[in-house]
Design a protein around this ligand. Structure first.
Ligand code: THU
Length: 146
């Protein structure tokens, strides 16, 4: 895990909390925001975007990765995730779903930092390795393609 400074963590947490306000979640009423810190310092945000047909919906984390990768970015240091019942402050540390963890593993190494944000001052830090041990990768193992 690249050690983020306390200010970097707070800034990323704030960006995730702000992105959460843009969630489109009329079906679950559970809003999630994500903020992805790129190697060059840029921050790409995402929110969950639901759909009446359910399956086409996207999680906040995947929205951020899809935006970033489609803009040519592939170097990532950390992601902050904040989620909870829409219209309220997060009541807990919302963890990324399994599909989002797998998407992270496609582009990020085991030391990638995942911040679970309840508030700017209540952040839990994990490595991707901790959240997705023994991940499946291109050859079965967990190497990352460049
Ligand atoms: N959700 C995310 O955005 N990220 C996760 O990692 C977990 C779940 C969204 C999907 C859906 O719109 C809502 O939260 C309820 O599951």
């Amino acid at each position: 895990m690249r050690d983020l400074t306390p200010k970097e963590k707070q800034d990323l947490a704030r960006a995730a909390l702000e992105a959460r306000e843009r969630a489109y979640c009329p079906y679950s009423r559970f809003s999630v925001g994500a903020a992805l810190l790129c190697g060059d310092g840029a921050v790409v945000t995402g929110c969950n975007i639901e759909n009446a047909a359910h399956a086409p919906g996207s999680c906040a984390e995947r929205t951020a990765f899809v935006k970033a990768v489609s803009e040519g970015r592939r170097d990532f240091d950390a992601i902050a995730v904040a989620g909870g019942r829409a219209g309220r402050e997060p009541e807990d540390h919302c963890a990324p779903c399994g599909v989002c963890r797998q998407v992270m593993a496609e582009f990020c190494g085991p030391d990638f930092t995942v911040l679970l944000v309840r508030s700017e001052d209540d952040i839990r830090a994990y490595t991707l390795e901790q959240l997705l041990p023994a991940a499946f990768g291109p050859m079965g193992g967990r190497e990352v393609l460049s």
